[in-house]
Design a protein around this ligand. Structure first.
Ligand code: SF4
Length: 258
């Protein structure tokens, strides 16, 4: 471990079902909002994914996802609260014309969701204090996917915020033939097994910090949610404390799988 004035650097070694994850990570020693740790947590998730990807490749099951395929940009994407704040902040920094394009596509998405009565349900989901299970979410996920709405970040079937896309998008990779992804409701696909899900880790971190449910916010309402809750993303903890909470959640995942 080495210390500079504002950062603490750690060497991390995690035994995962995909292999040993080794990383050198730095976090601020000062108080930071939890959204500031999103890039670091996503990078840990991506390193874990790379280990699993290599494991599957060696077993003759390479990833079939390719640039230009946006089949997985039609289902409902869950976003953790820290990611919602980070996404909102990132969009606020974009040039005005890019923001206009995103908000115009988002408005069209909201209109379609209003027409089918889904919009209000998504807002309700984003604000509930009840802990929802995968089973609770299934009917909403099915109704949303039935509309085949392209994500409002898609431009010519390419993600326009690729570098900043949510963890759930990064974690959705398949080893089954890509044609099967054209209809995820009918076709069985084989997702890449992940040692831990960063979207869930971040959601559990937020739950611990706010003493609330492990919230997952549907992407079409995530920016509005971040606006409504902006005051909650305050710097109440040091970067080291937040990282420790995140690592505890990852270890919880790894223990479940061992
Ligand atoms: S954020 Fe990007 S990768 Fe994720 S669903 Fe939307 S377009 Fe696809």
């Amino acid at each position: 471990m080495s210390t500079s004035k504002q950062q603490e650097t750690y060497r991390l070694s995690l035994q995962t079902s995909s292999g040993e994850l080794q990383a050198e990570i730095s976090v601020p020693t000062s108080f930071i909002p939890v959204s500031d740790i999103v890039p670091l947590m996503r990078s840990l998730g991506e390193q874990a994914l790379s280990l699993e990807e290599e494991k599957q490749r060696l077993a003759g099951k390479p990833i079939s996802c390719q640039k230009g395929c946006a089949a997985c940009c039609r289902p409902l994407v869950p976003v953790s609260p820290p990611e919602a704040f980070a996404l909102k902040y990132m969009i606020d920094q974009l040039p005005a014309h890019q923001q206009d394009q995103i908000f115009s596509r988002l408005a069209a998405t909201k209109n379609k969701l209003e027409e089918t009565g889904l919009f209000g349900k998504l807002v309700q989901l984003s604000e509930t204090r009840t802990q929802l299970s995968d089973e609770d979410m299934e009917p909403i996920n099915q109704a949303y996917y039935a509309q085949r709405l392209p994500c409002f970040f898609l431009e010519n079937e390419v993600c326009s915020i690729y570098e900043f896309r949510p963890a759930a998008c990064r974690e959705l990779l398949v080893t089954s033939p890509s044609e099967l992804c054209q209809d995820l409701a009918k076709n069985p696909v084989t997702p890449l097994p992940v040692p831990f899900r960063i979207v869930t880790v971040l959601s559990l971190m937020w739950a611990e910090l706010t003493k609330g449910p492990a919230r997952l916010i549907p992407l079409p309402v995530a920016l509005d949610w971040a606006d409504r809750h902006a005051k909650e993303n305050k710097a109440h903890q040091t970067g080291e404390n937040i990282l420790q909470i995140g690592l505890d959640k990852i270890l919880g995942f790894l223990r479940q799988k061992s």
